[in-house]
Design a protein around this ligand. Sequence first.
Ligand code: SIN
Length: 317
Amino acid sequence: MFGNWRCWTVYRRMKAESHEEALEKMKIEIVPTGDALGAEIRGVDLKRGLTEEQTTAMKSAWQEHLVLLIRGQQISDRELVEFSCHFGVLELAPANEFTFRGNVDMPETPPEISVISNVKVEGQPIGALGSLEADWHTDMSFMDEPPLGSILYALELPTEGGDTGFSNMYAAYESLPQDVRLRIDGLVAIHDNSLTSAGTLRKGFEQVTDVTKAPGARHPLVRTHPESGRNALFLGRRTNSYVPGLSVEESEELLDFLWAHAVQPRFTWHHKWAIGDLVMWDNRCAMHRRDPFDDTERRIMHRTQIRGDRPYYSAAA
Ligand code: SIN
């Protein structure tokens, strides 16, 4: 509901602009990072909104590079939501049990905005993940229909640490030995719901003692991307993962191998944030992680998430 209303506002703003302004806004430059994934988009000012041409160019760059970076923006929450609407229908921020809106009432913040922060107000966290390291993961893959992508905008940063890394899961899959690919095509894994990516227990969950009973969605280990048609490794999160049908020992051995393979530096790119940076990643074919930072400093990031669909595997891909 909210998502549709906001997207309509974007459309109306675009229509009101002159032809010259629109032409000027069409020029975007795509600068690949030179690593296994990621590209910087230059020439957009998100305060002014995106033209249809820019949106099309960005969608195509997103599909090719998996992660896009736009530097130096100065946007409000509402403008972040409007920008995000170009890429799909937005999820509302997860409810408090996932702590993405902290325990602090934020009536001014649009419901689509999740807060990633270590900041506390009167002892209460305003957002999720604190200052700890976040392990490699796919956002909310414990859901049956995880978001297709996330958009993260930097408002306040520590002087050091808190860098975010990304790993290309197409490249990880395509470079697996043939026998491993044959073995995992068609297998599924449990994506545990009980822990945050920083390893803390979510409210309402108990510590998992038997991975075969871990709560969370089951997804194919190899996921076919619904737009590119390519196959990617889809691992979600390592802790409490389990491959049904295998013994726990076999499952651990297979998952250890796949995880060690998937996060090798040759598949990754790391971003050192500056205030005003916006990074968007395709959750279906890229994983990410975050470095820890000094908890006496402040880091505030605002995130939107774009609704996704149920992961599937197609042998024909
Ligand atoms: C996340 O893991 O979703 C957050 C990444 C970050 O804080 O940089």
